[in-house]
Design a protein around this ligand. Structure first.
Ligand SMILES: O=C([C@H](O)CO)[C@H](O)[C@H](O)COP(=O)(O)O
Length: 191
């Protein structure tokens, strides 16, 4: 089952457009502060990314935390949303857009409420090479006997966006010549 998931992630990774990643990276590097948001499991990925941004030396916040300050024009708002339509995130994106912040979106659906207003988008094609019912059952039978569960709901988006955002962190480390030691120094020492 894990091999099947790794194959899907590989296939999606191959489909990610370099130009989208370049534009997204440029927007991050140009932002004053970075505000990250997602709901549910996508929100967990968003939080993990905000943490690494802080380790990289960016001023980053998670939207919804009590200590998150007001967003401003030169800030960037980044949404992780597979559907691109989750209402709470779309509402905040709309507000941030109105203020003049740059809107970034990591999604499987660029033709969505948030996608329409986003300045930079990275598409994670979570339906790419979607297994048909027939091949799904074939793959599963091969690997798991009669068990037929594979990657329910937004699992493929959430897992792949985690891998993608970790790759983006490595990419930014390279561009900014930031060492792992610098990240380590910023890691909390009170956990
Ligand atoms: O937690 C989630 C759900 O379990 C799907 O796997 C989603 O991440 C959450 O519902 C948010 O959805 P999206 O904004 O479409 O990512």
């Amino acid at each position: 089952m894990m091999r099947l998931m790794a194959q899907k992630i590989q296939s999606i990774a191959d489909s990610i457009a370099d130009e989208e990643v370049d534009a997204f990276t440029h927007a991050i590097l140009s932002a004053n502060r970075i505000y990250v948001m997602g709901a549910g499991r996508s929100g967990l990925v968003a939080k993990a990314f905000a943490m690494r941004l802080m380790h990289l030396g960016f001023t980053s916040f998670v939207v919804g935390e009590t200590i998150t300050p007001a967003i401003e024009k030169n800030d960037m708002f980044i949404a992780f949303s597979g559907s691109g339509n989750t209402k709470s995130i779309a509402d905040v994106a709309q507000t941030a857009k109105g203020i003049g912040s740059t809107i970034g979106l990591i999604t499987s659906n660029k033709d969505s409420t948030i996608g329409i207003i986003a300045d930079v988008i990275v598409v994670i094609e979570s339906q790419r090479d979607a297994v048909t019912d027939e091949s799904h059952e074939y793959d599963i039978r091969q690997m798991m006997g009669e068990h037929k569960s594979f990657a329910p709901l937004g699992t493929i988006f959430e897992t792949t966006s985690m891998v993608f955002s970790d790759a983006l962190v490595s990419h930014i480390m390279e561009i900014t010549q930031t060492s792992e030691g610098e990240l380590k120094k910023r890691h909390t020492n009170i956990e």
